[in-house]
Design a protein around this ligand. Structure first.
Ligand SMILES: [Zn+2]
Length: 252
């Protein structure tokens, strides 16, 4: 697949097994924002687990939604695909800084398809999921919302029904975004149906994060801010740390 399709960065950083000291130091650095200070506890707990024995963390598959001729939602001249990619690249940078293994489904403005049949969109979505097939991983798809009622705002996280851990990952993200960035956000996580292809077909813990509404004035303004997109990535990153910590505990 890597040779056939230009997946851009198909990056695997470091070995699958990470060093406790390195990850703890890195996580402290990336969580040093006052916004994320409370998430240090889960990072410390995770580092503690890793220090006791060699613990392999799942690969984080980061999926910036849409791309190329598929712009996704468009509002006020802003294309969803561009916002998605920006948040995803910041998220990937945090994973890289922490020494976590990750894969980006796309690193530029393109679809993951080469024409022909089935449809480009179907090829694109199917190819995104192929990055989850050969490793223990989680799948985090990043999107932006749009709704006719312009007052709707705030992040909404959907989860796949195929793996019970998906809801835990979704809950961690919904909570992190609310606590760190959107205190007004009362949305609850939602189980995805067949309308969200990547979650319907995913065989690993998988979520789709609608970070905000491009159709809402306040959200749009925030999403156009580089600083806010970095904070969104921090919120996603700390939620994944929390998820790794919790799921390792429940697995004993
Ligand atoms: Zn989308």
């Amino acid at each position: 697949m890597k040779d056939k399709y230009e997946f851009g960065l198909f990056l695997r950083f470091s070995a699958a097994t990470v060093c406790a000291a390195a990850i703890f130091a890195s996580v402290l650095v990336v969580c040093s924002s006052p916004l994320l200070r409370e998430n240090r506890d889960s990072a410390a707990h995770l580092a503690d687990l890793i220090s006791k024995e060699e613990y392999t963390l799942p690969v984080i598959v980061i999926d910036p939604g849409h791309g190329g001729e598929d712009g996704g939602a468009v509002c006020g001249g802003v294309c969803e695909k561009d916002v998605n990619l920006s948040v995803a690249l910041y998220f990937a940078a945090l994973c890289r800084a922490a020494g976590l293994e990750y894969r980006l489904t796309r690193s530029g403005d393109f679809m993951l398809c080469d024409g022909g049949k089935p449809s480009k969109k179907m090829q694109d979505l199917t190819n995104r999921l192929k990055l989850t097939e050969d490793a223990d991983c989680i799948f985090v798809s990043i999107h932006q919302n749009k709704f006719p009622q312009s007052s709707c705002r705030g992040a909404q996280v959907y989860y796949s029904a195929n793996d019970a851990r998906s809801a835990k990952l979704a809950a961690a993200i919904q909570k992190s975004v609310k606590e760190n960035l959107q205190p007004y956000n009362e949305r609850q996580i939602k189980k995805a149906g067949s309308e969200i292809f990547v979650l319907d077909r995913a065989a690993v813990p998988a979520v789709l994060v609608e970070c905000g509404f491009l159709s809402n004035k306040e959200d749009l303004e925030l999403l156009l801010s580089k600083d806010y997109r970095k904070k969104l990535a921090c919120a996603l990153f700390s939620a994944v740390m929390e998820y790794f910590s919790v799921t390792n505990e429940t697995q004993g």
